[in-house]
Ligand binder design. Structure first.
Ligand code: XIL
Length: 538
């Protein structure tokens, strides 16, 4: 198995590397910009192309990443790279790791049976080499973006032969030039009966296609790093658990898997708490895997608040995920799924744009850029004091009430400390309330929320139920405004941590603000413990 350091020593990102003799002017310009970003005072601003600003002392991301000992990557849009000079310039300046966003998927690489189209992929690999960037290939086995000729009409033998040939041919072409590959992408789907994604691969070959793909890849190139990549496994939960067990079992049988990518397409209003993410990265690392954050972006639209608040919260989201990687010894790279909102795969044609990345459409740095920079510097977002009085129910029911049903505080069953239970609920809205939060929340800002919840039917039935946490903003002249903080489906009888983020601002001063926690159908008891609402700042 290759080691991470032997073939790929930490890239010295502050070394001026001019492009190769055959390189285009664009590459030379980009290389110059990159050098400037490494703090050469003679080279002008060095941070962004619009030199109208004062020179900024902050280093480019790749310099900060190399100090942190990790790679900072981005997905690359091959068309933008070919057509947009500013895009290419920033790509070279800011990143030392690149993943083709689409052009190394099976369909674009082998659109017709046995006829390969290497040109776009080559252009990204050439660019990366000219700018001292490592490359991650993405992805051999995925149920999307498959060539039309890969169909369920193939026999199992034909399908596995085609997959094997595709892996071997592609690895052969890029041997020594591509550092790592996502061999299998998104094979887990806990909503399906088997837990595996229903795909032509699973249907024809069963789960063994996963290990076959890794073994074929290792046999074809013993040096390249082989990754499993998955979506929606950042937080602890059933999908992350399934993936963990699957990889553990494969590794026990010596299937050659070097690392795991956590895609991390997060939403600013809801993403894993720092402790949850850290614990999750750690347990995969303890399997002996290298860990990547592989496709980070952060949607913003569902976050309440105005743009400034949402972008502040987005900054904190980026900072939190990046700092979690920097703090995890096995985390070797953070790759963003693009860097400018201009080309994000999350389309911005809605009235309120998602704006999920770190540069805006005009290549201006957004607050999230600073979030990445701070994360790379190992700075965790700051959590202020808990604003919820008696959030651990140590003082009984003090400051808590219910909107329906009965309230009982007792020692939590299955957790340390106390829990408050709302029993005899007659409506889904019946839940736990803490009123009078105006004093502590009137200034607005970004907040993180966390609570442990447990639901149980009157007959102790263990069905899943949904639990919501929200702030109710009350104004005398208007309807109450419910701002969702977190929502989660919880398994009956088990404690689960529900977390969320909230950007809070007011056009008019409210009369009161209440926290409510509610949700399961009537008749299901809702127990809550350890409620925290904390201001967060970068
Ligand atoms: C996306 C690309 O960004 C889009 O341009 C394309 O249309 C669809 O695929 N998970 C993955 C990536 O592993 O390959 C996906 O990329 C985003 C979700």
């Amino acid at each position: 198995m290759p080691t991470f350091d032997s073939r790929w020593p930490a890239l010295n990102t502050c070394r001026l590397r001019l492009a190769t003799p055959g390189a285009s002017l664009l590459m030379l310009v980009a290389a110059g910009g990159f050098a400037a970003g490494c703090g050469n005072p003679e080279s002008g601003n060095g941070n962004r192309p619009d030199a109208g600003h004062e020179p900024q002392p902050t280093p480019a991301l790749r310099e900060a990443a190399s100090r942190a000992g990790i790679l900072i990557g981005t997905a690359v849009d091959a068309r933008a790279l070919a057509m947009d000079e500013e895009y290419a310039e920033l790509l070279a300046l800011e990143f030392d790791y690149v993943t083709p966003e689409n052009v190394t998927k099976w369909e674009p690489l082998e659109p017709t049976d046995d006829a390969y189209a290497w040109e776009s992929a080559d252009s990204i690999v050439d660019f990366a080499e000219a700018h001292d960037q490592a490359v991650k290939g993405h992805t051999f086995v995925w149920h999307r973006q498959l060539p039309r000729w890969v169909t369920s009409t193939m026999t199992a033998e034909e399908l596995s032969a085609a997959l094997k040939a595709h892996i071997e041919t592609t690895l052969e072409r890029y041997r020594g030039r591509i550092r790592a590959w996502d061999v299998v992408n998104e094979a887990v789907d806990v909503a399906s009966a088997s837990g595996y994604t229903e795909s032509v691969f699973y249907d024809k070959l069963g789960p063994s296609y996963i290990e076959d793909a890794f073994r074929w890849a290792r046999a074809a190139d013993p040096e390249v790093l082989l990754f499993y990549n998955e979506v929606g496994i950042e937080r602890m939960g059933p999908k992350s658990d399934f993936t963990y067990e699957m990889l553990k079992e494969l590794l026990e049988r010596d299937v050659p898997i070097d690392g795991i990518g956590f895609q991390s397409h997060v939403s600013t209003h809801r993403y894993p708490s720092l402790t949850d993410l850290q614990a999750n990265l750690r347990r995969f690392a303890e399997l002996g895997l290298s860990v990547n954050i592989s496709e980070l972006d952060a949607r913003t639209v569902l976050m309440p608040g105005d743009r400034e608040e949402r972008w502040l919260a987005q900054r904190i989201a980026f900072q939190q995920v990046v700092s979690a990687c920097v703090g995890e010894p096995a985390c070797e790279a953070v790759t963003l799924w693009g860097f400018t909102d201009k080309y994000s795969w999350i389309h911005d044609d809605t009235p309120e744009p998602e704006a999920p990345l770190i540069f805006d459409h005009d290549y201006e740095r957004k607050p999230s850029y600073d979030g990445v920079l701070d994360g790379l510097a190992g700075k965790y977002p700051q959590q202020g004091d808990n604003l919820i009085h008696n959030g651990d129910f140590g003082d009984g029911t003090d400051s808590w009430s219910v909107s329906g049903g009965t309230l009982e505080v007792a020692s939590a069953q299955g957790r340390s400390g106390n829990a408050a239970c709302v029993n005899e609920r007659s409506e889904a809205e019946d839940g736990l309330i803490q009123a009078n939060l105006l004093d502590v929340l009137h200034g607005g800002g970004a907040f993180s929320f966390s609570a442990w919840v447990r639901v149980a039917g009157d007959s102790d039935a263990t069905d899943a139920a949904s639990v919501e946490a929200a702030l109710i903003v009350k104004r005398s002249d208007a309807d109450d405004d419910e701002r969702s903080i977190a929502s989660s489906v919880v398994v009956g009888g088990e404690w689960k941590q529900v977390t969320g983020y909230l950007g809070l601002g007011f056009e008019e001063p409210p009369e009161n603000i209440e926290l409510v926690i509610y949700g399961p159908a009537s008749g299901i008891a809702l127990c809550v413990s350890d409620v925290q609402l904390r201001p967060v700042s970068p």
